[in-house]
Design a protein around this ligand. Structure first.
Ligand code: SAM
Length: 279
């Protein structure tokens, strides 16, 4: 039976175009168009937006984004085998889908997009984490994107939204919460994908704040946080010894006990410490 967009079901698309999943490209496809539409809805109101999609594969999420009314989708896909399938999607939505065959870690899509821009992706988790860090650390803020709606391994998603005091709390949570609101909007079991991965997944939605939550120099904050969590079991006065000879005083000035450990320190305190170290 044809789907709502008049295109064939994804299972047929995959067999017609010989898209056997490649492990090396992290290919675990979503074949349920109800589910891809649900993920697309988590990305917010798309009607006035260009959507940057990374890793469209056979086009399940792409079709969801277009069916949910995206003004335009720019999709970057590394696997050239997917291009004919994506050309069929482009033909069903004239003028609304452009596909670039390339590596998302190398292609700069900005010149091809018109704001406002939202990002949506179901990516191999290592590529997803690297892109997330890049998107959260541009040279200027606010960034080019309004929101990011990204699939991750559940464990990575939990690290992105973690609160102080939890095991998952660390650099990723601090980076995300400094400049964005981040929350898990959907949990997916392995069986939602073909082939199923070994672990569960989750969709994280991040909305860019107009400015960072607390003032701090990004480079200093990154250094302080990296040092603190590199030795997360140590007390901060030991873990941060290399930062300044009078680190204990600076920790106290930032409202942090020198005997505290990184995982109990809040974002606000880390930002205060970054200012105290720089000042
Ligand atoms: N979006 C599709 C879906 O939800 O069914 C496919 C998801 S699959 C997990 C990941 C997709 O990302 C694959 O199509 C893969 O070829 C593509 N991909 C992997 N690495 C990539 C990269 N560096 N740049 C662009 N696409 C990549």
């Amino acid at each position: 039976m044809a789907a709502i967009d008049g295109l064939p079901p994804l299972r047929d698309v995959i067999s017609t175009h010989g898209l056997a999943a490649k492990k090396s490209l992290g290919q675990n496809f979503l074949l349920d168009l109800n589910l891809t539409a649900k993920i697309a809805r988590q990305a917010g109101d798309l009607s006035e937006c260009d959507v940057l999609e990374i890793g469209p594969g056979p086009g399940g999420l792409t079709r969801g984004l277009l069916a949910e009314g995206a003004r335009r989708v720019l999709a970057i896909e590394k696997d050239a085998r997917c291009l004919p399938a994506l050309a069929e999607v482009a033909a069903a939505y004239p003028g609304r889908l452009e596909v670039v065959n390339g590596d998302a870690l190398e292609v700069d899509p900005l010149a091809m997009l018109t704001p406002p821009i939202r990002v949506a992706a179901n990516l191999p988790y290592n590529v997803g984490t690297e892109l997330l860090v890049r998107w959260l650390t541009p040279d200027v803020w606010p960034p080019f994107w309004q929101s990011l709606t990204l699939m991750f391994q559940r464990e990575v998603a939990e690290r992105i939204v973690a609160a102080p005091g939890s095991k998952a709390y660390g650099r990723l949570a601090l980076l995300a919460s400094w400049r964005a609101d981040a929350r898990i909007v959907l949990n997916l079991p392995p069986e939602a994908f073909t082939p199923p991965p070994k672990v569960s997944s989750a969709v994280v939605h991040l909305t860019a704040l107009p400015e960072p939550r607390y003032p701090a120099d990004p480079k200093v904050l990154e250094r302080v946080v990296a040092m603190a969590f590199n030795q997360r079991r140590k007390m901060l006065r030991a873990a941060l010894k290399g930062l300044a000879p009078d680190i204990e005083d600076r920790l106290i000035a930032a409202g942090i006990k020198p005997t505290d450990r990184a995982e109990t320190v809040t974002l606000e305190q880390f930002c205060a410490l970054a200012r105290a170290v720089k000042g």
